[in-house]
Design a binder for this molecule. Structure first.
Ligand code: IVH
Length: 669
């Protein structure tokens, strides 16, 4: 697509999105998606300044108000903030302002959480609230005084002995998350459209014509700045302004912090990245403001932003990018997974260029094509997924994607078992399946063979040095030396690592075998009940289903796996090569006299250092046990980040909650 066409497309989309957002109160695009498209437009325009048009969204100061309320011109415009999307951009901002004010030795910064709400300006005359106005386009807003007066955290009268003749207080009106959810539930029940986010709900509420509805929705307000016409000298810094606002009776966000230098700012930003999830309202970044007013005045404003403040945004979890190719990957189970290869883009703090498309049905549902602009999202895990495509941005002459009929690795026909979404390669000697199996076997949570990653595995296969997992244990240093990547030392190191892996516990070996549905947790459960490979291979479906946590699907997968002659051979080979496919016993004496003997634990949330399995191992080695649900029989709940409902239940039952550090202390001798 030509640059001209892309520019046109981007402008049209951004215009549509801001109309939907500001005028219709019905957003059609996530904020982060808007930001990213806006930046693409900015970048293209910077590279081609002659292509900038006056109607481009980049040339606009604010957004237009709609017309149901009386328009009020702001005495002093309500500026918006420039965004920084990472620490480097924050540093560049500092360098920029320092170039303008080189005489300043030390800047103090005030860090404030960027509350996701709607900016409003309140005018007080002789201490009394006379007017409340929305931000509007920054120069003109809408008078919403009636609605403002329903917000309890906005004083109708200032708590000052000698109130100034006039003062304008600015801040953010917002809906606490609980209230936001309550409103959306109610709207859902009444078949009304839902608010996309708390900011939108706050803006929509402020511009409600019926103040009774506004009253029912408990808006709140954090004040963050003030203007005292004629008395500018009274206040000399942002910090003093916040103190003044508190004294006057406003709610000021309690987490504002005065920092010296950028290191303090970065620390604040990082501290709140996780902690903000626990706040009862939504924040999407940190607003960094230069504290000293004289310095603020010296720096002034650009067309759109103050030079003395910036918003440092938390990484987006959703972002748009363009699809360059669609490929399929054959995994160790033979499952063929399609994936989109995209223009590299920043997502939740990392650069990504591949996203899973799950399966053929999903591709059809999305109708994703090479050239499409897509929205991708971090799906909790490491691999991002494609959420949707932006059909409006599709270039001309694209063609629908046709799923391959044959395995790209071995060429055999692909099959789709009845009633399954997954398409598979069923050739048991397919090189892609073998490659996946080897990588899985060597991976950290399986046999944990240091130095045996994807690259080395590919090389071993290409040089036909291995043809099965068992072959790894037959490798010789001399064979590795023939490969480009290896010298004497590195070859010896890998062979030693493979040797060491022979003593991994049975549960890890079982996980490493890659039986369908047998992940780490099931491998652990099965290895406890069936402490040798013989016992497990002889188990019937009912035997397996008898194990707590093992369902019919898993039981069947295990039985089928052991029926396969190729797998029987593999077990025999591994045993002959010196692997112990049996529980070598946790030291029973230690378990019996362990520190946690008789104690029952429940795990919830993500721990900072230990994996779930590691925590479980530690508990069991000390004689304790782990169960899945909290009851009166639970002694401790080990609490990680983003805990589930188990934490609340434990609290209501008065069960002791432990952090990872407290837990580790319990284990100390
Ligand atoms: S200061 C000239 N402080 O963010 C200074 N804004 O992206 C302009 N916001 O329109 C605003 N929390 O709606 C400021 N502590 C805070 C804020 C904040 C949220 C919003 C505000 C503004 C938008 C700019």
């Amino acid at each position: 697509m030509s640059t001209d066409d892309r520019l046109l497309q981007l402008r049209q989309q951004l215009q549509k999105a801001s109309y939907a957002y500001y005028v219709m109160d019905a957003p059609v695009m996530e904020d982060s998606v808007y930001d990213q498209l806006y930046r693409e437009l900015q970048k293209l325009e910077a590279e081609n300044p002659d292509l900038i048009t006056p109607d481009s969204p980049t040339q606009r100061v604010g957004e237009q108000p709609s017309s149901q309320f009386r328009s009020v011109a702001h005495n002093i415009p309500l500026y918006s903030l420039e965004n920084a999307f990472n620490v480097q951009e924050l540093q560049q901002w500092q360098e920029r302002w320092q170039r303008i004010a080189p005489t300043i030795e030390k800047a103090e910064y005030v860090c404030e959480l960027k509350i996701d709400g709607s900016a409003i300006a309140l005018t007080y005359e002789n201490g009394l609230l006379v007017r409340g106005v929305t931000r509007g386009d920054g120069t003109t807003g809408e008078e919403i005084s009636q609605n403002i007066k329903t917000i309890r955290s906005i004083p109708l009268k200032l708590n000052l002995d000698n109130p100034p003749p006039t003062v304008e207080v600015r801040g953010e009106a917002f809906l606490p998350l609980e209230e936001f959810n309550r409103i959306n539930h109610e709207r859902e029940a009444q078949g009304e459209s839902l608010f996309a986010n708390p900011r939108n709900a706050a803006a929509g509420t402020l511009r409600q014509l019926d103040s009774k509805i506004v009253h029912q929705r408990r808006l709140q307000f954090f004040a963050y700045t003030l203007h005292l016409p004629g008395q500018e000298d009274q206040i000399q810094s942002q910090w003093q302004a916040l103190e003044y606002l508190k004294k006057a009776g406003f709610m000021v966000n309690p987490h504002c912090q005065l920092c010296e230098g950028l290191d303090g700012v970065v620390e604040y930003f990082e501290d709140w990245e996780g902690a903000r999830q626990r706040l009862p309202y939504m924040t999407d970044g940190v607003v960094v403001k230069i504290n000293q007013y004289p310095l603020q005045r010296e720096l002034g404003f650009t067309q759109k932003f103050p030079r003395w403040a910036i918003a440092l945004k938390y990484p987006a979890e959703e972002t748009p990018t363009v699809v360059k190719a669609i490929e399929v990957n054959v995994g160790r189970t033979g499952a063929v997974t399609p994936l989109a290869v995209m223009e590299p883009v920043q997502l939740a703090g990392t650069t990504v260029q591949r996203a899973t498309l799950h399966n053929q049905d999903r591709i059809q549902e999305l109708d994703i094509r090479v050239g499409d602009t897509v929205i991708i999202r971090k799906a909790g895990e490491i691999i991002p997924e494609v959420v949707r495509i932006m059909a409006e941005l599709r270039p001309e002459n694209t063609t629908p994607y046709i799923f391959p009929t044959h395995c790209p690795a071995c060429g055999s026909p692909l099959v789709r078992p009845l009633e399954e979404a997954v398409i598979r390669c069923v050739n048991s000697s397919c090189s892609a399946i073998l490659q996946g199996s080897l990588i899985h076997w060597a991976s950290r949570n399986a046999l944990d063979i240091q130095g045996l990653g994807e690259k080395v595995v590919v090389m071993l296969l290409e040089n036909r040095l291995v043809n099965s997992v068992a072959d790894l244990y037959r490798l010789q240093v001399e064979q590795l030396l023939e490969l480009e990547r290896f010298a004497q030392k590195s070859a010896e190191k890998l062979i030693a690592a493979i040797e060491v892996s022979k003593s991994q516990p049975w549960s890890r070996i079982l996980f490493g075998l890659g039986i369908r549905h047998v992940g780490q947790v099931n491998a652990k459960l099965l290895s406890q009940q069936f402490p040798t490979v013989e016992k497990l291979s002889q188990a019937s479906i009912p035997d397996l289903e008898g194990v707590y946590g093992i369902g019919p699907e898993i039981a069947e997968a295990v039985v089928n796996w052991f029926r396969n002659p190729g797998n029987q051979q593999l077990i025999q080979d591994l045993r002959d090569l010196g692997l112990v496919l049996a529980d070598q016993g946790i030291d029973q004496a230690k378990t019996d006299s362990g520190k946690l003997k008789g104690k029952t634990f429940v795990l919830t949330g993500t721990l900072p250092n230990l994996s779930r399995l590691e925590a479980q191992e530690l508990i069991e080695q000390s004689g304790g046990k782990v169960t899945s649900s909290v009851s009166t029989k639970t002694d401790y709940v080990l609490l990680g980040d983003k805990p589930g409902s188990k934490a609340a239940k434990a609290e209501s039952l008065g069960i002791k909650l432990l952090s990872e550090a407290e837990f580790l202390q319990l284990l100390e001798p």
